[in-house]
Write a protein that binds this ligand. Structure first.
Ligand SMILES: C[S@@+](CC[C@H](N)C(=O)[O-])C[C@H]1O[C@@H](n2cnc3c(N)ncnc32)[C@H](O)[C@@H]1O
Length: 410
């Protein structure tokens, strides 16, 4: 329940700040608690308008707590059943302007609608009435095997799976990968690469790089929310598999196996034998990525100070402890020790980006160290950082590339 409330606050804050949403239709409101939709939304934009809908008489008796709007905004409460979509849509228009985008919120409520009452139809009817640019926020209880137990079973940290919550922001704020990188991998391969398996594909930023240039990519990713975002952006021929690297079973082998900003999340145990089993003899392994760092040391220092009360550092430390000054960085160091591969190489593609302060903070909101903070602290740290940033910032986003070749004789 707490996680759901935190998710609600995070989703509303994101919609209000990054997407400019000012209208919310929150169905299945539940009892008022500390951070209700209107409080979170109006903290970002006081003119936000919120309509709550519930059919529980107990919620109705507490509805007054939901009607404490700012003077600039508005809140309303409708006593209605989710199945009664036309009554909801009619009454909601007392407060909401349906010519402007609305975020429809259905959090932990749809499971109460049996299939015979057509939950898909209900969601479609509601969405159809909302204008272009509207959003749907949906949270659904899942069997525990898909939740914490699964994370524990796979030895995966919560941090590794924190990205899915922000899949859309991830897609929007993280930079993609340049053609130069594709050319570098192909030159190293020295022969045409027809098939590739991607580990931790996320929203498909690196999937696109290869799939749009004739490689048949199988994109694997453990997080369903990331895959849902990925399929919107990759060519239709990309095959997606919802799986952690540790879940992949040897079967098909590929000319290229690659991981973009994802290898450090995988379990080190058996990493390279698993990788080798997925590669054709002579096939190429590639891992690439790198942090986005503020180029101006004065701005960097101001951000470090603003962040300090909440987070000491937002960096992911080297998995095998290789110091940052070392010539060969991780995973090159690990590849050099592995009997499965040869010809380990490291390259750096230099990159300088200019971002608006807002986009930079949007980018931070996809970084795992921030995603792990409680929702209220995230809000504070972003606003503190925002205050010390100039209008635009220069960011160094160099990509470190590691390449290795599967030995034929093993
Ligand atoms: C920083 S994101 C990188 C996404 C994408 N490759 C990119 O470069 O934009 C890391 C991704 O690794 C995934 N991940 C976490 N643990 C994993 C595991 N054990 N196996 C495979 N992927 C994992 C996360 O779900 C997330 O999508």
């Amino acid at each position: 329940m707490r996680a759901n409330r935190e998710f609600l606050a995070r989703a509303v804050r994101y919609l209000a700040s990054a997407c400019g949403i000012r209208q919310f239709l929150d169905i299945g409101t539940g009892l008022p608690t500390a951070s209700n939709t209107h409080e979170v939304a109006q903290a970002v934009a006081p003119d936000s308008r919120i309509v709550y809908v519930d059919n529980d008489p107990i919620v109705l008796t507490h509805a007054r707590a939901l009607l404490t709007s700012t003077p600039e905004g508005a809140t309303d409460y409708i006593d209605a059943d989710l199945r009664d979509t036309s009554a909801i849509l009619r009454s909601a228009q007392r407060t909401l302007d349906f010519s402007q985008p609305v975020a429809l919120m259905l959090l932990i409520v749809l499971h109460m609608i049996p299939d015979t009452d057509d939950p898909y139809g209900i969601v479609s009817q509601l969405m159809e009435e909302l204008p272009r640019g509207s959003y749907l926020v949906l949270a659904h209880p899942a069997p525990s095997i898909d939740g914490e137990d699964r994370v524990r079973m796979l030895g995966m940290s919560d941090r590794a799976l924190s990205f899915g919550v922000m899949a859309e922001a991830y897609e929007r704020f993280r930079p993609g990968y340049p053609v130069e990188l594709f050319d570098m991998v192909m030159a190293y391969a020295g022969q045409p690469v027809r098939t590739a398996l991607e580990i931790g594909a996320g929203t498909g930023k690196a999937t696109r790089l290869f799939a749009q240039r004739g490689v048949t990519v199988t994109a694997t990713e453990p997080d369903g929310a990331m895959i849902a975002e990925l399929v919107k952006h990759v060519p239709a021929h990309v095959k997606t598999v919802q799986a952690a690297f540790e879940d992949l079973r040897p079967g098909e082998s590929y000319g290229l196996v690659y991981a973009a900003a994802a290898l450090h999340w995988t379990n080190p145990e058996g990493r390279w034998s698993r990788m080798a089993a997925l590669l054709e003899p002579g096939g190429v392994f590639a891992s690439f990525g790198g942090p986005a760092q503020l180029a101006d040391p004065a701005v960097e220092e101001a951000v470090r100070a603003a962040r300090a009360p909440f987070l000491e550092s937002d960096e992911v430390s080297s998995p095998d402890g290789t110091p940052s000054g070392h010539d060969m960085q991780w995973p090159g160091t690990e590849l050099q020790r592995s009997k499965w591969v040869a010809d380990v190489q490291q390259f750096v593609i230099e990159r300088r980006l200019t971002m608006s302060a807002r986009d930079y903070v949007g980018h931070l909101s996809t970084v795992s160290a921030y995603l792990e903070l409680p929702a209220s602290e995230q809000e504070q740290v972003y606003s503190q950082i925002m205050q010390v940033l100039p209008e635009t910032v220069e960011v160094t986003a160099d990509i470190t590339v590691h390449l290795a070749r599967r030995r034929s004789e093993q």
